[in-house]
Design a protein around this ligand. Structure first.
Ligand code: B16
Ligand code: MG
Length: 230
């Protein structure tokens, strides 16, 4: 009898969460920081361009903005400008507080903790420690996988594979929550089950899609992936 259960593939034991757009909405602070840099550089920048930066690493983000402006810059100049944007962004994180969880996110983390699931972060951000500290969320996470943990950013699956390895779980034992197209791609390539947060144009390829974190409760996930929670 126990053998049958041990042989079972994909019993869910862990959850891996993206940060921006899943736990909290730092997208607005990223927008303000990029917008401030764009102002200093007399670059075109707006919310449509900002939307293309969702889940994308800092250096890939500045390359998107550079291409949008057809600006000729060396890698060194790009790095310096991205660093300047980061200083503006990191300063703005001082405003972030435990009031800034996306609705439903804190309740979900608490429930998962009480029920004994392992929890990891799988974010592209190199500032995740500060964001989690400001939210008072560090205690919920057994493992932090972020932009400092791996070299290749999403859609490479590396950050999620890193998080699963550190949790000592296989990908098929984890559910990844993501709000970005590249993030859902990364999780699927890595062999994880996926919950997409946002519109179907963006995350419709996730196994389960929810409009918001408020909808993506443990009960909703358990009912959708029912065979994996027996
Ligand atoms: P940083 P996520 C991503 O966070 C943001 O969505 C994206 O806009 C940002 O460029 C990226 O983190 C890198 O952030 O500049 O702080 O290293 O959604 O992967 O949690
Ligand atoms: Mg995100």
């Amino acid at each position: 009898m126990p053998e049958i259960f041990e042989a079972r593939i994909g019993m869910i034991k862990g959850f891996i969460f993206d940060l921006d757009g899943v736990i909290t909405d730092t997208a607005e602070l990223h927008y303000l920081a990029w917008n401030s840099l764009a102002g200093q550089m007399s670059w075109k920048f707006d919310r449509t361009v900002n939307e293309r930066l969702r889940g994308v690493s800092r250096m890939d983000s500045i390359r998107i903005i550079q291409q949008h402006n057809q600006a000729e810059l060396t890698d060194d100049q790009l790095f310096k400008l991205a660093t300047l944007k980061n200083e503006i962004y990191v300063d703005s994180l001082d405003k972030l507080s435990p009031k800034d969880y996306l609705s439903g996110a804190l309740e979900l983390l608490e429930k998962l903790k009480v029920q004994g699931f392992k929890i990891a972060l799988g974010s592209a951000s190199k500032n995740s420690q500060k964001v989690l500290h400001q939210l008072n969320a560090l205690n919920y996470f057994d493992v932090i996988g972020d932009g400092n943990s791996v070299a290749k950013s999403k859609p490479a699956p590396d950050v999620f594979l890193f998080a699963a390895r550190q949790l000592e779980l296989k990908p098929e034992e984890c559910i990844v929550y993501e709000d970005a197209r590249a993030g859902v791609d990364a999780a699927k390539i890595g062999g994880f089950y996926t919950v997409g947060i946002g519109p179907s144009e963006r995350v419709g390829h996730a196994d389960l899609r929810c409009d918001s974190m408020q909808e993506a409760t443990l009960e909703a996930v358990q009912s959708f992936f029912e065979d994996l929670f027996i």
